[in-house]
Design a protein around this ligand. Structure first.
Ligand SMILES: Cc1cc2nc3c(=O)[nH]c(=O)nc-3n(C[C@H](O)[C@H](O)[C@H](O)COP(=O)(O)OP(=O)(O)OC[C@H]3O[C@@H](n4cnc5c(N)ncnc54)[C@H](O)[C@@H]3O)c2cc1C
Length: 378
C-alpha cells in the first residue's frame, strides 16, 4: 500500500495511504475526509457501515450544540453540523432541539451562556410556550425551555452509509472483513495491509483489540419509538435532569423516547438487538408524565444499542505508544455520533502533520465524569 518513489520517473509528491478499520461514524467520516484530502484509503468493517450491531446503527441521533460549560465540544458540534449539511442526502434535518430545563441555573443555563458567547442561535422560552414548540408537552415543573433552532436530528445508519459511499466514490476501497492488528499493520481477509497511517475506529470493540491501552465501559441501552402522526412532528428534546431524551415524530420512525441512565454491562457481539418490555414500560411512564397524549400510543419499534463509555465521557484519538503509524479513534461515550465528521477533520489534520492531537482525547488515566452526556443524573 505504501507508495514507493521511482528512480525512472520524475519525482512526484507521494500519495499518503491509510487503512481505517471500523465504518461507524468515526471511521466512515475519517475515510471520507482522507479521500477528499488526496489519501489512498482502505475502509474495512466486518459488519458493513450502519449495521444494527454497531453503535452508529439504527435510525436517528440528536445533533445538539449545548455541552454545558464545554466550549470544545460546542464548537465541534457546530462544525459537524456544517459538514453533515455538506454531505447532503437529507442525513441532517434541522428540526431544532428543545431542552426541558428543570432548574433556572442548571446545565442548560451553562450551555446557554456558551451558545451566546459562540454566536449560536438559542432562545429561552417560558414553560407555557413549550407546547407550541414541542407538541403535546406537559410543562409542569419546568423552569424554562432552551431552544436551539439550528440543531436537529441525524439519520444515523443512512449517514454512515452515505459517508462510506462518498468515500468509495472518491476512490476508497471499502471492504467487509474482520481485521486484527499485526504490529503496525492490519491483518484482514488472509492478507496483511500496510499504510502510512492505520486507524482503528472500532467502537466498543476497541477495548478488546487493545486491552492494555483502552478501557471502555460497554452498556446496553434501550430505545422506544411510538407511532405518532404529523401533528406530533417537531424538534429533538432533552430532559437533562431526567435523564431522558428523544425526538418528536420523525416519519416514518415515530416519536422517540430514551432513558439516558447507564444500562447494564453489555457484550457488543451478544447484546439484544431489541429493547426489553421493561424499558418500553418505563418509556410509557415518562410519556404519561411529560407527553400524556402519547402514553397509550402503539409501539412502532424498540431497538437495542450499546454505549462505549470512556471514564470521563471525552472521546479518544491517540497514537499507539509502540507503533508510530497506528492511531486509535473512538470512545463515543453515548454522544459521539453527531461529532463524526468534525472529529475526522481534526484526525485528518493530525495525520497530515498539520495539527497536534487534542490532549483531552489522549490515552491514559482519566478522571471519572459524565459531563458531556445528556444525562445529568444516573
Ligand atoms: C441508544 C443510543 C443513543 C445515542 N444517541 C446519540 C445522539 O443522540 N447523538 C449522538 O451524537 N450520539 C448518540 N449516541 C452515541 C453514538 O451513536 C456513538 O457514540 C457512535 O455511534 C460511536 O461510533 P463509533 O464509530 O465509535 O462505533 P461503531 O458505530 O460501533 O463503529 C465501529 C465499527 O467497527 C467495526 N469493527 C469492530 N471491530 C472490528 C474488526 N476487528 N474488524 C473490522 N471491523 C470492526 C464494527 O463492525 C463497527 O461497524 C447514541 C448511542 C446509543 C447506543
Amino acid at each position: 500500500m505504501r507508495s514507493r518513489p521511482s528512480r525512472l520517473l520524475p519525482l512526484a509528491a507521494a500519495v499518503p495511504s491509510a487503512v481505517v478499520v471500523g465504518a461507524g461514524t468515526f471511521g466512515a467520516s475519517l475515510a471520507d475526509r482522507l479521500v477528499t484530502e488526496g489519501w489512498a484509503v482502505t475502509l474495512i468493517d466486518r459488519l458493513g457501515p450502519g449495521h444494527p450491531r454497531a453503535e452508529s446503527g439504527g435510525e436517528t441521533r440528536l445533533l445538539r450544540f449545548s455541552h454545558g460549560p464545554d466550549v470544545l465540544y460546542t464548537r465541534l458540534a457546530r462544525r459537524a453540523r456544517e459538514l453533515w449539511l455538506e454531505l447532503g442526502g437529507g442525513v441532517f434535518e434541522e428540526r431544532g432541539v428543545a431542552w426541558l430545563a428543570r432548574r433556572p441555573d442548571g446545565w442548560e443555563a451553562e450551555s446557554e451562556r456558551v451558545l451566546r458567547a459562540e454566536g449560536i442561535a438559542a432562545e429561552r422560552l417560558p414553560p407555557d410556550e413549550g407546547p407550541a414548540l414541542l407538541p403535546g408537552l406537559s410543562p409542569a415543573g419546568l423552569s424554562h425551555v432552551l431552544h436551539e433552532p439550528e440543531a436537529g436530528v441525524l439519520h444515523a445508519a443512512r449517514g454512515v452509509r452515505t459517508l462510506a459511499d462518498r468515500a468509495a466514490a472518491g476512490g476508497a476501497h471499502v471492504e467487509a472483513a474482520a481485521a486484527e492488528p499485526a504490529g503496525g499493520a492490519v491483518r484482514a481477509a488472509g492478507r496483511t495491509l500496510e499504510a502510512d497511517a492505520v486507524v482503528w475506529a472500532c467502537g466498543a470493540w476497541l477495548a478488546r483489540l487493545f486491552p492494555d491501552l483502552v478501557e471502555l465501559r460497554v452498556t446496553f441501552q434501550q430505545i422506544a419509538l411510538f407511532e405518532a402522526g404529523a401533528e406530533w412532528s417537531g424538534p429533538g428534546w432533552v430532559d437533562f435532569d431526567g435523564p431522558w431524551y428523544g425526538h418528536a415524530a420523525v416519519a416514518p420512525h415515530g416519536f422517540k423516547v430514551c432513558h439516558d441512565a447507564d444500562g447494564p454491562p453489555a457484550d457488543p457481539d451478544a447484546r439484544p438487538l431489541e429493547a426489553g418490555e421493561d424499558a418500553v414500560r418505563l418509556a410509557r411512564g415518562y410519556l404519561a408524565e411529560r407527553f400524556p397524549g402519547l402514553a397509550e400510543a402503539p409501539l412502532a419499534s424498540a431497538p437495542g444499542c450499546h454505549y462505549s463509555l470512556t471514564a470521563d465521557s471525552n472521546f479518544l484519538f491517540a497514537r499507539h505508544p509502540a507503533e508510530p503509524g497506528v492511531w486509535l479513534l473512538g470512545g463515543g461515550s453515548g454522544h459521539g455520533f453527531k461529532h463524526g465528521p468534525a472529529m475526522a477533520e481534526h484526525a485528518a489534520a493530525v495525520l497530515a502533520g498539520r495539527a497536534e492531537p487534542e490532549p483531552r482525547f489522549a490515552l491514559g488515566e482519566r478522571t471519572p465524569g459524565r459531563k458531556l452526556r445528556t444525562a445529568g443524573s444516573s
